[in-house]
Design a protein around this ligand. Structure first.
Ligand code: MG
Ligand code: MG
Length: 351
C-alpha cells in the first residue's frame, strides 16, 4: 500500500483531482489551479457554508469507515444549503492527515464524498491537504445558490405558524448509541472482542448516523413554493435547533411529544437502547432532517407538495419552548443538545 509520504502532496492532489473529475459546465477552472473559477448567474445568490470536523470530537475512527466519513462530511454541509432552501453546486474539502493514515484511506474518504455529492449534482472543485501531528482534521465548504427572494432563514417564524419536521427523528442518535455499544457495520474495525454485527433494524440506525442524507429536494420544494417561513436543519437536536428559530424569529413554540415521528427501525431496536424514544427525538441530534414553519394560509399549498413531513407543534407568542406530553401535561426539562464550547474535551469525544 502506497504511503502518503511516497505519493507527496501534489501526487495526492492529482489523484483527488482525477477522482473528483465531473463534467460541469459552470466549472470554468476546477482543482489544480490557485482557485476555482465558478460561473454565477446574475439573478441568483451564492450560498456558502463551511464545517470543521475533528477526530475525537466529531467522529471516532473506530466507529466509521473512511467512505462513510467522506459521505457524512459532505452531507452535513449540503444539509446547511438545503436548510436555506438552496441548491448545492460546489464543494471544497481540506484535510489535515496524520501519518498513520494510508493513501487508500484518503481516497476512500473522497470516494464517499463524491458519491454523496454526485446524488446532488455537486462536485469537489478545490481544497487543501496537509500533514497533522495526531488527529485527522476535515474541513468542508459547500457553495450553493438560491433565488435571492426565496432564501429561507431562521428568522421568519410567526405565532400561529405550524411546525413541521421531515421524515423521522432520533435515528442517528440511536445509531450512535449502538456504535458505542460495539455494534459495527461490516468492514469497520472489528478488533474489539465485544463488537457484533447489527440486526436489519439496527443497520438502518447505523446508516442514519454514518451516512445521513441531506434533504436537498425537500428544501428546494419549500423554497420554490414559498410555503416555509423559517427553516433549519437538525444537527444538534430538535429542541436545540428549534431554539435557534425561536430566538432569531422572536417567538416561542409548543411541541407535541405524541406527534414526533419515530421510524420502524427505532421502534424495533428499542429494547437494545438505554433511553426512551423521546430523549433521542428531542435532544439526539445529527438527524439532518429539516425543521420548518408553515403559516396557516399556506397549509393547503404545502399539502399539495406531498413532502414526507410531520406536523409536530406550533409557533407561539413569547420566547419559551414547551413540550406537551400525550397526557396533555408539560414535560419538564430544559434545552439539551450539542454545544462544542459548553462541554469538556473528554465529553466531546463521546459525540
Ligand atoms: Mg454548517
Ligand atoms: Mg445547520
Amino acid at each position: 500500500m502506497m504511503k502518503l509520504s511516497d505519493l507527496g502532496e501534489f501526487g495526492l492532489i492529482d489523484r483527488i483531482r482525477k477522482l473528483s473529475l465531473r463534467r460541469n459546465t459552470a466549472t470554468l477552472v476546477g482543482i489544480g489551479d490557485d482557485a476555482a473559477a465558478l460561473r454565477l448567474k446574475p439573478s441568483s445568490s451564492l450560498l456558502a457554508t463551511m464545517d470543521l470536523l475533528i477526530e475525537g470530537i466529531h467522529f471516532d475512527l473506530s466507529y466509521t469507515d473512511y467512505y462513510s466519513l467522506g459521505w457524512k462530511s459532505a452531507a452535513v454541509n449540503l444539509s446547511d444549503i438545503a436548510a436555506m432552501g438552496g441548491t448545492p453546486c460546489f464543494c471544497l474539502t481540506a484535510l489535515g492527515i496524520p501519518t498513520a493514515i494510508t493513501t487508500e484511506q484518503v481516497l476512500q474518504f473522497y470516494r464517499g464524498a463524491k458519491a454523496l455529492l454526485a446524488r446532488h449534482k455537486t462536485s469537489i472543485v478545490g481544497g487543501d491537504t496537509c500533514a497533522s501531528r495526531r488527529e485527522l482534521f476535515i474541513s468542508v465548504t459547500a457553495l450553493g445558490e438560491a433565488r435571492p427572494d426565496a432564501v429561507i432563514t431562521r428568522s421568519g417564524a410567526r405565532p400561529g405558524d405550524r411546525l413541521f419536521v421531515t421524515n423521522t427523528l432520533g435515528d442517528a442518535a440511536a445509531g450512535l448509541e449502538l456504535l458505542r455499544q460495539g455494534v459495527r457495520e461490516q468492514g469497520v474495525s472489528g478488533k474489539r472482542s465485544s463488537s457484533r454485527p447489527p440486526t436489519p433494524a439496527e443497520r438502518t440506525l447505523l446508516e442514519k448516523h454514518l451516512r445521513p442524507v441531506p434533504r436537498v429536494k425537500e428544501g428546494c420544494l419549500l423554497s420554490d413554493s414559498r410555503c416555509a417561513t423559517a427553516m433549519i436543519d437538525i444537527s444538534d437536536g430538535l429542541l436545540s435547533d428549534l431554539h435557534h428559530i425561536c430566538e432569531q424569529s422572536g417567538v416561542g413554540a409548543v411541541v407535541r411529544a405524541g406527534a414526533l415521528p419515530r421510524s420502524r427501525a427505532l421502534a424495533k431496536a428499542a429494547q437494545r437502547l438505554s433511553e426512551p424514544f423521546l430523549t433521542y427525538a428531542l435532544s439526539g441530534g445529527e438527524d439532518y432532517e429539516l425543521l420548518f414553519t408553515v403559516p396557516p394560509n399556506r397549509l393547503r399549498k404545502f399539502g399539495s407538495l406531498r413532502l414526507a413531513a410531520t406536523e409536530i407543534g406550533m409557533i407561539t407568542e413569547g420566547r419559551s419552548v414547551t413540550v406537551i406530553g400525550e397526557d396533555g401535561k408539560k414535560i419538564p426539562g430544559e434545552r439539551k443538545g450539542f454545544d462544542h464550547f459548553a462541554v469538556t474535551a473528554a465529553k466531546r469525544c463521546r459525540r
